[in-house]
Design a protein around this ligand. Structure first.
Ligand SMILES: Nc1ncnc2c1ncn2[C@@H]1O[C@H](COP(=O)(O)OP(=O)(O)OP(=O)(O)O)[C@@H](O)[C@H]1O
Length: 339
């Protein structure tokens, strides 16, 4: 479990103070993947560097499994650093060493005997799906393969937390997918808590359980991805779910329906059954006017604009709300004119 409490960090830039982190608080549950997203300069890398103990915050606490890392120094700090594997931004492998040589480096530094080292390196290459590339040099590998070697190296010391800073930037979509598959396995097979800093919401869509959105050093949204997408005001939801045709807002009068609403459905059961069941149970005619289906991780999620016609249209919507559908009704008509 990573807990960040009220973390602040400023830098001096051209005689001005830049608040890279301004009271950041967030939690990452054990064995989950959390995406930290935001525009360039929002403070993502600074947050990752503070959690990775590469930078010291000005104030605040960072707890990993209950221990506050900010207050540590000397031997205790070195021990805490071993709990956190860092995949640095960009290409960081040593060119003159083979892929296996790079992964073995932290094990050599820790004085692990050769036989144990070989076994650990073999396991790590299996985990990242590159057993046949262990003897290759970084220049003989693709960008995605180098990134997977970098992940293996960060995991060499069996950390409980893995930090990856922009692990997929500059990779094409299919290579990105192979790197994300590896990060997903790190969480599911090793139970490691993964924090991924990224500007790419596709990373969040594919592997994140939780997300924190940073803006100018502050957290403006944080929580479970599947909870946030159900909230109508969520930027995460707006980015990850299909658009329901903003050009034609919710106007019952225009569409000829009794009620028009936006509905977000999460999970196989809701996506597959809720709309047809509401329609037949309440004898209303229900048409899909916009939106569509997507997938967040393994979970299907739908956002539809629906038009309902029939006396019990409101009751049908209420019934869906009781079954955890997130429903936003069309604005109420003013002076007889639909809003
Ligand atoms: N070592 C440093 N010295 C001075 N200013 C810094 C330093 N590191 C970061 N900053 C400043 O702090 C702010 C946050 O930077 P940070 O790199 O954390 O953002 P980011 O969200 O990771 O951006 P990017 O996506 O471009 O990497 C920026 O204004 C940046 O210029």
């Amino acid at each position: 479990m990573i807990t960040v409490e009220n973390l602040s960090k400023s830098f001096q830039q051209n005689n001005e103070t830049v608040r890279a982190l301004d009271g950041v608080s967030m939690e990452v549950a054990p064995g989950s993947v959390c995406g930290v997203v935001g525009e360039s300069g929002a403070g993502k890398s600074t947050l990752a560097r503070c959690i990775g103990l590469l930078d010291k915050p000005d104030s605040g606490a960072i707890r990993v499994d209950g221990t506050d890392l900010v207050s540590l120094d000397g031997k205790a700090l070195r021990a805490a650093r071993r709990q956190i594997g860092v995949v640095p931004q960009g290409d960081s492998l040593l060119r003159q060493r083979t892929a296996a040589g790079n992964v073995a480096l932290p094990l050599e530094a820790a004085g692990i005997p050769a036989a144990q080292r070989r076994q650990r390196v073999t396991e790590l290459f299996e985990l990242v799906g590159l057993s046949d590339k262990a003897g290759a040099y970084p220049d003989q590998l693709s960008g995605g393969q180098r990134q997977r070697v970098s992940i293996a190296r960060a995991l060499a010391g069996k950390p409980s937390v893995l930090l990856a800073d922009e692990p997929t930037s500059a990779l094409d979509p299919s290579t990105t997918d192979s790197v994300l598959t590896v990060l997903d396995r790190v969480r599911s097979e090793l139970g490691v808590t993964v924090l991924v800093v990224t500007h790419d919401m596709a990373v969040v869509r594919r592997i994140a359980d939780d997300v924190a959105v940073l803006e100018q050093g502050r957290v403006i949204e944080h929580g479970k991805v599947l909870d946030l997408v159900a909230e109508t005001s969520s930027r995460v939801g707006e980015t990850l779910l299909p658009a329901t045709d903003q050009a034609a807002p919710l106007r019952p009068a225009r569409t000829g329906h009794d009620v028009v609403a936006e509905v977000v459905l999460v999970g196989f059961a809701a996506v597959g059954a809720l709309l047809p069941e509401a329609s037949s149970r309440f004898e209303v005619d229900l048409s899909i006017l916009g939106g569509g289906l997507t997938r967040l991780g393994d979970t299907p999620v739908a956002k539809f604009k629906v038009g309902l016609t029939g006396e019990r249209s409101e009751a049908a919507l209420n019934w869906m709300i009781e079954r955890d559908a997130n429903v936003r009704r069309a604005p109420v008509a003013v002076d007889g004119v639909a809003a």
